[in-house]
Design a protein around this ligand. Structure first.
Ligand SMILES: [Zn+2]
Length: 441
């Protein structure tokens, strides 16, 4: 038995009653056994982590990330989506070697864990996807990952990313068999056709069939940008999300990033089918895409979670930034009451867990769930005085306040030091691989 105790914090449980407790959060072999009060270790194999002056919360969950893009941070500013893809991101992804991808994923894992993100839904690139799983496996991150699938004949797609329909489906199935459920179910697979414009109808439909056969998630980009939805309408004769619905690509196992440009029928489809919307406010603003009508979607009963998207459209993978923006972005349009801090933190915890299909496993601190827990030091000048801890967490605290990170009962960050990665080497490798890759391009 291995016991981990985060001692003496203010605990935002994020349970159904939004209970706040004080004291210890204790886990045994990765399972939460006590939330609040004083815990007495049952064995000699325990570690006690001082969380005094900290908010202790469920690990943050980001439901839309591209670990493969981290080396392109800062390389694609001031562009809209289709130019951003065609001129920078696709050529970059097409040029990635397995070594580059490993450096990119290690950097992403480091950034995510340091900033309190303990679980992600990730879309990779077309090739070398094993490197993403290996990085998450070693770093200790909880990750549902899928290779990007893109089989449409499109001259904008560089040769390094072209693949046939069968080739794409076969590789996805191989990865799903190899990784889905590995590392105590910490690693899972998600079929990830990139978006309607880069995929054949057959690829989308077969992905739905295969994902459901193996209990994997389905993940794609949807209705992000006006030029994108106009092109979908031209090719398919339908609005984007309506078209996905026709292909069967909706449901409570389906995760759709962005959903900025929807009609009323499509908003109803999302609510009726339980499809998850992955809200990426930084990315939507930076690429000048617009904003998803999140308060309205939540009012209509749509399931929402948040994500940073990729480093070249953000340019960080920082969930605190996304929480803050998700809280602020909608207020000028909808009113100051829109998106209160407690609701935003729920999107970043339980909402993300639900998108991953893991709401019974993670996303709140409740006895019996897996121990994905973070401690955020709120004793700094920017957090004092604290009256409403949700407000402190969402509006005042930042990623640099994350002090301890536990995933699946394993301490990954203690006193801001990462224990599973060589930080210096990770940063050095990322810079040198990026320099070499962009010199080649
Ligand atoms: Zn994306």
């Amino acid at each position: 038995m291995s016991e981990v105790i985060l001692r003496g914090g203010t605990i935002l449980t994020m349970d159904a009653a939004f209970s706040i407790a004080t004291g210890d959060v204790a886990s045994v072999d990765g399972i939460l056994v006590q939330v609040g009060g004083d815990y007495t270790p049952q064995t000699n194999d325990y570690s006690i982590i001082n969380a005094e002056g900290c908010l202790v919360t469920p690990g943050l969950v980001q439901s839309h990330v591209h670990m493969c893009q981290t080396l392109a941070r800062g390389r694609a500013d001031n562009m809209e989506l289709l130019d951003w893809l065609h001129k920078v991101v696709w050529p970059y992804e097409g040029a990635l070697t397995r070594e580059d991808l490993a450096a990119s994923a290690n950097l992403a894992c480091l950034e995510l864990l340091q900033s309190g993100t303990t679980a992600i839904l990730d879309m990779g690139t077309v090739h070398h996807s094993d490197a993403l799983f290996e990085a998450a496996q070693i770093a200790g991150l909880r990750a549902t990952i899928g290779k990007a699938m893109m089989d449409e004949e499109d001259e904008a797609i560089p040769s390094g990313l072209r693949e046939g329909t069968k080739e794409s489906l076969d590789e996805s199935q191989r990865l799903c068999k190899a990784w889905h459920g590995r590392s105590n179910d910490r690693l899972r697979y998600g079929y990830a056709p990139r978006f309607v414009l880069s995929c054949t109808d057959e690829l989308m439909q077969e992905s739905v069939r295969l994902a459901r056969q193996s209990g994997a998630r389905l993940h794609t980009h949807t209705s992000e940008n006006r030029s994108e939805i106009a092109e979908v309408k031209r090719r398919k004769g339908m609005d984007n999300l309506s078209f996905l619905h026709k292909l069967g690509f909706t449901g409570d196992d389906v995760c759709l990033a962005h959903c900025v440009w929807l009609n009323d029928t499509e908003r109803k489809i999302l609510a009726d089918t339980g499809t998850h919307v992955l809200h990426c406010p930084s990315s939507n603003m930076k690429l000048a895409s617009g904003y998803a009508k999140i308060p309205e979607l939540l009012d209509a009963g749509v399931k929402v979670s948040i994500g940073a998207d990729g480093a070249p459209c953000n340019n960080t993978l920082d969930a605190f930034v996304e929480m803050r923006l998700a809280a602020l972005l909608h207020k000028p349009r909808v009113g100051a009451n829109a998106m209160p801090a407690s609701q935003v933190l729920k999107l970043a915890t339980l909402g993300g867990a639900a998108a991953l299909g893991l709401e019974d496993t993670i996303g709140s601190l409740e006895v019996g769930k897996r121990a994905d827990v973070i401690a955020v030091d709120v004793s700094g000048a920017h957090c004092i005085p604290m009256s409403n801890p949700y407000s402190t967490m969402v509006y005042s605290a930042s990623s640099s306040d994350v002090t301890h990170v536990v995933v699946d009962g394993k301490v990954l960050i203690r006193d801001k030091e990462i224990l599973t990665l060589d930080k210096t080497k990770t940063l050095r490798d990322a810079q040198s691989q990026a320099d070499r890759l962009f010199a080649r391009l």
